[in-house]
Design a protein around this ligand. Sequence first.
Ligand SMILES: Cc1ncc(COP(=O)(O)O)c(C=O)c1O
Length: 385
Amino acid sequence: MDEIIKEYQQKFARFFGAGRSFAFWKGRVALYALLRALDVGQNDEIILPGYTCVMNVNPIKYVGAKPVYVDIEPDTFNLNVNLLEEKIKNKTKAIIAQHTYGYPCEMDTIMKIAQSNGISVIEDCCLALGSKYKGRIVGTFGLAGYFSSQWNKPYTTGIGGMAITSDRELAERIETLTANELCPPPGREVFMLRMQLMLYRLFIYPRTTALAQSLFRYLTKKGAVVGSSSMREFEPVQTDDFFKGISKMQARSGIRQLGKIEKNIAHRRKMAQLYDELLAAKGFKPGKDPRDWAKPVLVRYPVRIKEKQKALAQAAKAGIELGSWFECPLHPIETPLASYDYKLGMCPEAEKAAREVVNLPLHLRASKKTIERSVDFITGFTQAG
Ligand SMILES: Cc1ncc(COP(=O)(O)O)c(C=O)c1O
């Protein structure tokens, strides 16, 4: 393996205080590696919140297992631990604790339930880099965790993923699996991704994001750019080139991003507080974590509003970077839910959140002015939810 990839893995593991970390082409690939290394297979069941991205469900289907959805609790958008035990059966192999938007899951309860039933916990930290639960960083509670560095994640390497674990046996199994099966990313895709990252750093600012996203989606459909997801990923069938490793270019970019991680985290915390204050001053319920001890590092700032579709339509024109996810229990709205074992009505709180929640920027390019404009927009065009 290349030295630069080794260095990225070591630095990432060090940030978490985890034993080992393994880099992949995307976050979903990291989850797939974890499921395979845990021997999850036909007829096994994996529990996860019914408020996620379908790309997070694909790996479960790829290994032949069944996703079992738990509804969320409305304040933190995380799986409702009161509904967890009733979902556990003999076939349950693991719980995916997704720290949604960066809010830490109720880890004490999740770990207790998992341990008493002899099942594993995998933490989805794709939206939560640096969040703390009772003083301890999320990603280090379960048997393993995984992270994404796709465009709108805590930091970006264009696309990218990482799995972490402090369990020696699991680490050895991941190592064997990757040695035998992981493919290198094709040079053409890496070249395109490098160009995209360069354009992103030069031109993508909160005012230009909406326009750039529409263009990017169009070009992805045409196969002209390396998209976050291809059309083939909207059905639960694994593609031949899915299990790919990370490139040196992404690893280099990841090392640079880790070098400024403390600045990134401090910025996110400060801007989230500004949203709390500005929204509260305008009579909105801020998206603040109600638990005093929770120290979230949010990836985006979620707000419930009553006119989500209208706000989204107008935001693009007004140059406001307004995120729509999650648009349905298995984002995006185009997902054929039945193919992923989801029936409408299964997770009512998640479906309600999907109708009401939009998210606002917190990344390093979102200045105080961006936050003020975003709050003016969201409170001016919609009513408090
Ligand atoms: C909560 C969550 N977990 C995992 C993933 C998968 O990450 P990636 O796009 O890097 O495969 C996503 C997708 O965006 C996500 O929103």
